[in-house]
Design a binder for this molecule. Sequence first.
Ligand code: AHZ
Length: 326
Amino acid sequence: SSATRTQTATENFAQLQLNSTPITHALSDVVKQEDWSDFKFTPIRESTVSRAMTSRYFQDLDKFAVSDVIIVGAGSSGLSAAYVIAKNRPDLKVAIIEANVSLGGGAWLAGSLMSAMIMRKPAHLFLDELEIPYEDEGDYVVVKHAALFTSTVSSKVLQFPNVKLFNATAVEDLVTRPADKGTGVQVAGVVTNWTLVTQAHDLQSCMDPNVIELAGYQNDGTRDPSQKHGVVLSTTGHDGPFGAFSAKRIVSIDGSQKLGGMKGLDMNRAEAGVVKHAGKYEGVDSMYFAGMEVAELHGCNRMGPTFGAMAVSGIKAAEEILRHFA
Ligand code: AHZ
């Protein structure tokens, strides 16, 4: 009976108090004396839950249909860039498009199966800023689990009110327009779709994609000279089922460059090369790159499981983007 349960709970509680310090948790004041038998949630209708989610999602689609910064791919480089941009310019709308359900790319396991994340100095200064603990090994530092880096930077990025993550959403193409001056093209946005639809275009016809346009254009597609135009930062990683997406697309659009193709593993050369070439893409206006996609674009080596260049190339690209908006 309920009376017996309450009595037993009270006895257990008294016993606990005698034996040890009281257990405290978020519900300590609600669940008095560890009696969960009458625990209740506030009532809710199923439709209320649906509306709470869909109304926000569609408001976000509406709000971010024109964005200042579109980041394609939320791996370690994209998240590092997003953090720096959103922190410095809370007035810019930053849309992050991630093909996967989870953000973080290869950074959950540090790109290997061994958990710990290595960063060569001075990339540890970014960890200091994010307040991520590490072991200092002299020339490099070690975060005890890559997931600690990935979850912390993700959590900080997602808390910025000017950032929206659209996950399970793939960028299928770039929006391009004739360049303002001279010949060539400029990037004016991205074409998105649910990732599962992107993967099943062969099976389903007429699953039309969506578009996020960059800020700063007029109805006829020309740039509005009175405002700073938006930019796309691509950080889709090295080639794979989705990776190096914009690098492959841009060389076929641009025609002036060939895809460099990522070279074999060489940690020292790779990290320096990726940082050196990160940032604005010369040839197609409004396009920036960071992370391993830079290695595919410019033919740098791969670095294997060391993440300093992912954070630093993201920071470098972010700095260039912030300078553009200054
Ligand atoms: O799902 C992809 C991943 O989360 C996402 N992505 C790729 N194509 C996309 C598309 N639309 C939307 N078309 C897309 N999202 O981009 C993310 C890339 O993350 P990543 O961790 O693969 O790339 P990164 O450059 O940030 O980090 C690379 C980490 C590596 S790989 C490596 C090596 O091979 O040597 N070494 C390091 C440190």
